[in-house]
Design a protein around this ligand. Structure first.
Ligand SMILES: [Zn+2]
Length: 204
């Protein structure tokens, strides 16, 4: 059985947001159209406490884009984004959330970041998404959202490791592209591990 997994379609990742992804808002109509075609729609939400260790502002003399060691892991520092209960953390208002079966929040532990919808970056804790999908009998995922080169990529790679059949909906994603070409590198990495590239119009 198939499910649609929507990654981090939140205000802060769209134009005007704290960590805006160019064209991020353009994937919202695609999410709305696809949601009608799936029996099970699940969303993730980046959901940080204000003192989260991924925020440059929480480290003296550091700025976004620098890499630090955060509890033993390389951590890219980001602008303050998706703070719990803030406007930036809310789903984009144009996104139809009415048929979401479940929402999985990540990045809630200030000590570690969580790009993937399944685990934190050290794979120390699970979000519960895998158990939920197992309970529902899901073996194939269609994944889209923001951003392609971080949270979408790590969710896809974890899903493949967990033996799901994974379809990446390419027109339903946009990349941060800290470095030019990060989007293509991310796509290559996902397809090398077994992700199938699809376009939203081809999903029936
Ligand atoms: Zn985050």
């Amino acid at each position: 059985m198939k499910a649609l997994l929507l990654i981090d379609l939140q205000n802060d990742f769209c134009p005007g947001g704290a960590l805006e992804v160019k064209g991020g808002d353009q994937v919202i109509p695609i999410a709305n159209q696809l949601a009608e075609k799936f029996d099970l729609v699940i969303a993730t939400q980046d959901w940080h406490p204000a003192n989260h260790g991924s925020f440059a502002a929480n480290h003296p003399w550091r700025y976004p884009g620098q890499v630090i060691d955060l509890n033993g892991l390389d951590q890219i520092l980001w602008p303050i984004h998706c703070v719990q209960n803030s406007f930036g953390a809310e789903f984009v208002k144009e996104l139809d959330t009415s048929n979401f079966a479940a929402i999985f929040q990540k990045g809630t532990d200030k000590e570690i970041d969580s790009y993937s919808g399944f685990f934190d970056n050290g794979q120390r804790k699970a979000t519960g998404l895998h158990e939920y999908l197992q309970e529902k009998g899901i073996d194939e995922l269609f994944i889209m959202g923001l951003a392609l080169d971080y949270c979408v990529k790590f969710t896809v790679l974890d899903a493949l490791n967990l033996n799901y059949k994974v379809n990446l909906i390419l027109d339903g994603t946009r990349a941060v592209n800290l470095e030019e070409g990060d989007d293509q590198k991310a796509v290559d990495e996902m397809t090398a591990k077994g992700a199938v590239l699809v376009n939203s119009v081809d999903i029936s």
